[in-house]
Write a protein that binds this ligand. Structure first.
Ligand SMILES: Cc1cc2nc3c(=O)[nH]c(=O)nc-3n(C[C@H](O)[C@H](O)[C@H](O)COP(=O)(O)O)c2cc1C
Ligand code: SF4
Length: 430
C-alpha cells in the first residue's frame, strides 16, 4: 500500500527525506546523498563522546516509552568490562496503528544500518542485530540487499571504512508475535526461545542477549542518530521542544482524508496534524475520538485535540505519545465495538505467563462482546473498572496495562455509549 510522503505537504523531512525515492535504497546513490558521513565522524570519536552528543541532542526512544537514548547507552558497561556487548534494533513494529519503522526499512535501509553502527560503537558492541517483524515480506529483501552491499563495500564487518574498528550485523526474522516487540521477549526470541518477557531488573544493559550487556533501540530512534552525529546536537534541537526535541514520524490512520506517514517537528498541535496535514475527516463528518499513540494509549475527545504533540503534552492531555500513531474515529464509530476489538487483540497476543493478563484480557473481551450484543448489565461497567485495577501494574510486562488505557478512558469519557448498549440495546454512533 502506498502512503503519501512529504513531497506534497508542509512537513519536516529528516528521516523521511528519501521515502518514495527508489534509487536511494542503493548504496551508491545513498553515498551521493551524504550517507555514512555520521559513521565516518563517529569512527574518529571515543564511545563516551558519541554518547554525549546523543545525550545533548535530547533524542528520546521512539519505540513507545520515550526513554532518553543517550542515557540508555550510558548504562552499558565501560571499557573495563571485557564481556561481549550487543546492540539490538527492534524492528518488530506490531502495535495496531503503527507503520513507520517498516517505511524507514523499506526506503532508507542504509540510514538504519549507519545508525546501528554508530550506536554499536557508542556502546562498545561488536555485533548488532536487527530483529525484523516476520510479516514484513516486501521489506526483508530490501534490507538484506543493503546489508550485503554494506558488507561488500566495507561499511560493515572487518575494519569498517578503513578504520581499526569492526562490527558485524545480522538480520534476524521474527516469528510473528506482537509480544516479541517487548525488549526482553525480543531477546528471548532472538536466542531461539519463546518470546516471553521476563521481570526487570536485571535490565538488558546488565543481562541481555546471551546473558551479555545489550541495548535495545527502536528503528526510528537509530535512524535519527546519523544526522545527529553529522550535524551536531544543537542542529537537531532546532526542531521540537526542550524536553521533546527533534522530529517524529506520525502514522495517521482511520477516518481521515489523507491518512499516511508524516514527519513533523515535535510540538505541533495534534489537531493541526489531523486537520491540516491529513485533511480532516471525510464527508464533513465530526470526529468522535482519537487514540493518539497507537492502540495502547487512552482515547482523546474532540476538545482535547489542541494538545501539543510532545511526550509531556500528550501526557498532560491524559494520554501518551506512544508510537505517534493516531487512529481517528468519526461520529459513525461505535466506541464500545472499537474498544472490544482492541481488547481482543491484546487477549490474543498475551503470552499467558501472568494470570492477570491471561485471564483479565479475556474477561474484558468477553464482557465487552456481551454488552455489544445487547446482553450487558449495568454491573458490567463496575466489573470493567475492577478489571482495569487488576490489570494495572501487576504483571511482568505492560501488555496488560495496554488494554487499560483505551478501556478505562472509554468508560470515563464515553459512558453514554456503554449505557445505550446496556439499557436500550442501541448505539450512540450516528
Ligand atoms: C507489549 C510490548 C510491545 C512492544 N513492541 C515494540 C515494537 O514493536 N517495537 C519497538 O521498537 N518497541 C516495542 N516495545 C518497546 C520495547 O520494549 C523497547 O522499550 C523499545 O524497543 C526500546 O527502544 P527505544 O528506547 O529506542 O524506544 C514494546 C513494548 C511492549 C511492552
Ligand atoms: S503481561 Fe501479559 S504479555 Fe506480558 S508477560 Fe505477562 S502474560 Fe505475558
Amino acid at each position: 500500500m502506498a502512503f503519501p510522503h512529504r513531497h506534497d505537504l508542509e512537513t519536516t523531512t529528516l528521516l523521511s527525506r528519501h521515502m518514495g525515492e527508489e534509487e536511494a535504497r542503493h548504496l551508491d546513490t545513498w553515498l551521493e546523498r551524504g550517507g555514512y558521513e555520521g559513521l565516518r565522524k563517529a569512527l574518529t570519536m571515543e564511545p563516551e563522546e558519541i554518547v554525549q552528543v546523543v545525550k545533548d541532542s535530547g533524542l528520546r526512544g521512539r519505540g513507545g516509552a520515550g526513554f532518553p537514548t543517550g542515557m540508555k547507552w550510558s548504562f552499558m558497561p565501560g571499557a573495563d568490562d571485557d564481556r561481549p556487548h550487543y546492540l539490538c534494533c527492534n524492528a518488530d513494529e506490531s502495535e495496531p496503528g503503527a507503520f513507520k519503522d517498516r517505511e524507514v526499512l523499506r526506503w532508507s535501509p542504509h540510514l538504519l544500518i549507519e545508525g546501528c553502527m554508530i550506536a554499536a560503537r557508542a556502546i562498545r558492541a561488536r555485533h548488532a542485530y536487527i530483529y525484523i517483524r516476520g510479516e514484513f515480506f516486501p521489506v526483508l529483501p530490501i534490507l538484506n540487499r543493503a546489508v550485503s552491499d554494506a558488507y561488500r563495500e566495507g561499511y560493515l564487518g572487518e575494519g569498517i571504512m578503513g578504520s581499526g574498528w569492526s562490527c558485524d550485523l545480522t538480520v534476524h526474522v521474527g516469528a510473528g508475535a506482537y509480544i516479541a516487540g517487548e525488549e526482553t521477549g525480543l531477546m528471548a526470541s532472538l536466542e531461539g526461545r519463546r518470546a516471553e518477557p521476563r521481570v526487570k531488573p536485571p535490565f538488558p544493559a546488565q543481562v541481555g542477549i546471551f546473558g551479555q550487556p545489550t541495548t535495545v533501540n527502536n528503528v526510528e530512534t537509530l535512524a535519527a542518530v546519523p544526522m545527529i552525529l553529522t550535524n551536531g546536537a544543537e542542529w537537531y534541537r532546532q526542531w521540537g521542544t526542550e524536553k521533546s526535541p527533534g522530529t517524529k514520524l506520525w502514522c495517521c490512520s482511520g477516518h481521515l482524508n489523507r491518512p499516511g506517514n508524516y514527519e513533523m517537528a515535535l510540538g505541533v498541535p495534534l489537531k493541526d496534524i489531523l486537520f491540516d496535514v491529513c485533511g480532516g475527516i471525510p464527508e464533513g463528518r465530526a470526529v468522535r475520538a482519537v487514540i493518539p499513540g497507537g492502540s495502547s494509549t487512552a482515547y482523546l475527545t474532540p476538545d482535547e485535540l489542541d494538545c501539543e504533540t510532545t511526550y509531556e503534552g500528550l501526557k498532560e492531555a491524559g494520554s501518551s505519545l506512544g508510537t505517534a500513531s493516531p487512529i481517528v474515529m468519526d461520529e459513525s464509530t461505535c466506541l464500545l465495538r472499537a474498544t472490544r476489538r482492541i481488547a481482543q487483540f491484546y487477549a490474543h497476543e498475551s503470552c499467558g505467563q501472568c494470570v492477570q493478563c491471561r485471564e483479565g484480557t479475556e474477561w474484558v473481551t468477553e464482557i465487552l462482546t456481551r454488552i455489544e450484543h445487547g446482553d450487558g448489565r449495568m454491573e458490567d461497567i463496575d466489573t470493567l473498572y475492577d478489571l482495569c485495577e487488576q490489570l494495572t501494574g501487576r504483571t511482568i510486562c505492560v501488555l496488560a496495562d495496554s488494554v487499560v488505557f483505551p478501556l478505562k478512558s472509554s468508560l470515563d469519557k464515553f459512558r453514554d455509549e456503554y449505557e445505550a448498549h446496556i439499557l436500550r440495546d442501541t448505539c450512540t454512533a450516528t
